[in-house]
Design a protein around this ligand. Structure first.
Ligand code: FNR
Length: 188
């Protein structure tokens, strides 16, 4: 069986981002049968319709990475009970086809979401808004189970997040997502 390719997208550029640490924990817990890489999109410019016809190289690169992935896993912070602008900007670019004869790369793409925050709701509101957007874009969303980790500050040990208390929930989402990918991706 071919290796499943999951592309992780972290909606924070912060060096010590909780959500990046969560993404790396998922990578650590995933089986060998899955290839998990993180999308680097810090060089994607603000969306501007004037740039669309001759898209910047960074946009071409992220489009192609998303196209080649079997599934996406988005790790979203919560900003003002919403998902961050950098994620929205990336999705705006990806939601536009490269040319009139092509489909946009998110349509039909399998996706799930997780998030982590210092607040009490663990990004649940941001996730709720993000799911509406992904559904609008005709993505195949696995919306349950999904991890939403609150009170991130209480999980820090020696400067890093210790995921011991959450690993059961993370593994549950991993196993459900692999199952979901196998059922929904005809190429696997
Ligand atoms: C926040 N934060 C925040 N947290 C939360 O739980 N609910 C919220 O609505 C908000 N709103 C918010 C707005 C803005 C503009 C910022 C910068 C931050 C706090 C946020 O969860 C925290 O900074 C996390 O550390 C961000 O995620 P990363 O960067 O650690 O992955």
């Amino acid at each position: 069986m071919k290796k499943i390719k999951i592309l992780g997208i972290v909606g924070s550029f912060r060096k010590e981002s909780f959500n990046k640490q969560l993404a790396l924990e998922v990578k650590k817990l995933l089986e060998d049968s899955v290839e998990f890489t993180l999308l680097d999109f810090q060089d994607v410019p603000f969306f501007n319709q004037d740039l669309e016809a001759n898209a910047p190289d960074a946009v071409k690169r992220v489009r192609s990475e998303v196209k080649n992935a079997d599934a996406l896993w988005i790790f979203t912070p919560e900003y003002n009970q919403f998902f961050p602008g950098v994620l929205n900007n990336l999705i705006d670019w990806l939601s536009r086809p490269a040319s009139k004869s092509e489909k946009q790369v998110l349509s039909g793409k399998i996706v799930t979401i997780s998030g982590m925050s210092p607040g009490m709701c663990g990004t649940m509101l941001a996730q709720h808004h993000l799911i509406s957007l992904l559904n609008y874009l005709n993505m195949k969303v696995m919306s349950n189970p999904k991890v939403a980790i609150p009170s991130a500050m209480n999980m820090i040990k020696d400067g890093k997040v210790d995921f011991k208390m959450s690993s059961g929930f993370i593994l549950n989402q991993i196993n459900s997502f692999i199952d979901f990918i196998e059922k929904n991706n005809k190429n696997i």
